[in-house]
Design a protein around this ligand. Structure first.
Ligand SMILES: C[S@@+](CC[C@H](N)C(=O)[O-])C[C@H]1O[C@@H](n2cnc3c(N)ncnc32)[C@H](O)[C@@H]1O
Length: 236
């Protein structure tokens, strides 16, 4: 349940108050998650899944400064990043990490937040699914770029680094069009937090290679299977 979801109007009737939407990144505000009240973000989504599903192991691809990683409390926690600004367990690329580990090595939750380019995210997703425990979840950041600029090919623009979601959305689209054995939804917060589990889905009935950003933009709610934070808390 959202926190403070109702207020009283001048006639003393109870009315629903919508959670604010940041026009760019999605829903914002405090929510009652499984682990307690918290601001909605990639981190609260991950912590909710860990608590709700009693997960014991976690892999984060792309740790950077530990902003998310350090907040995750779990028995087994592994971070992979070739250029972290904090300690990462494995200072190598995700490709190198997956090539080095045994196929029996499984994680309950894998957070994909490394190099935000289609080909890399596609490989990260394939590898993550190969190393996911049977009831596990892959969480993928930056699935919902709000404009074409946000999904440009390069992070840097004129020596600056404006918000960049990259082409993660293309890897999402491919799985939505080709993998009936997955259950997929994107939570409409924090630039689109993708939730992928083993299950079933009705495929998006278009050749993934023919979907450009304009096509994606026109039908993003269906392609992403976009859900609110309230729906996420209720379903997951
Ligand atoms: C968006 S940041 C990660 C933010 C972090 N997950 C958080 O939420 O606090 C992306 C990180 O991915 C790392 N990265 C880049 N290429 C990578 C690769 N091939 N494998 C793993 N990580 C990579 C970068 O060094 C960078 O630190």
């Amino acid at each position: 349940m959202p926190v403070s979801s109702a207020k009283t109007n001048s006639r003393n009737k109870s009315v629903t108050r919508e959670k604010p939407i940041n026009a760019l990144s999605g829903q914002i505000g405090d929510f009652q998650f499984s682990f307690g009240i918290d601001k909605t973000s990639q981190t609260s989504i991950i912590k909710h899944l860990i608590q709700q599903r009693k997960y014991q192991s976690y892999l984060e691809i792309g740790v950077r400064d530990g902003g998310n990683f350090d907040q995750i409390e779990i028995d087994v926690k592994v971070g992979v990043d070739p250029a972290p600004t904090t300690n990462a367990n494995f200072k190598i690329t995700s490709d190198e990490f997956f090539a080095a580990i045994d196929h029996t090595f499984l994680f309950d939750l894998i957070f994909i937040d490394g190099l935000h380019l289609f080909e890399q995210v596609r490989r990260d997703l394939r590898n993550a699914l190969n190393h996911l425990s049977p009831k596990g979840t892959v969480v993928m950041h930056d699935c919902n770029p709000p404009t074409a600029f946000h999904q440009r090919a390069y992070f840097e623009v004129d020596g600056k680094f404006p918000t960049w979601n990259g082409t993660v959305w293309k890897a999402w689209v491919e799985a939505r069009c080709k993998q009936p054995d997955l259950s997929m939804a994107v939570v409409n917060t924090d630039w689109g937090v993708g939730i992928i589990q083993r299950g079933t889905q009705e495929l998006y009935p278009v050749n993934a290679q023919k979907i450009d950003y304009d096509n994606f933009d026109e039908d993003r709610e269906v392609i992403l299977n976009l859900i609110s934070v309230e729906e996420f808390i209720e379903r997951y």
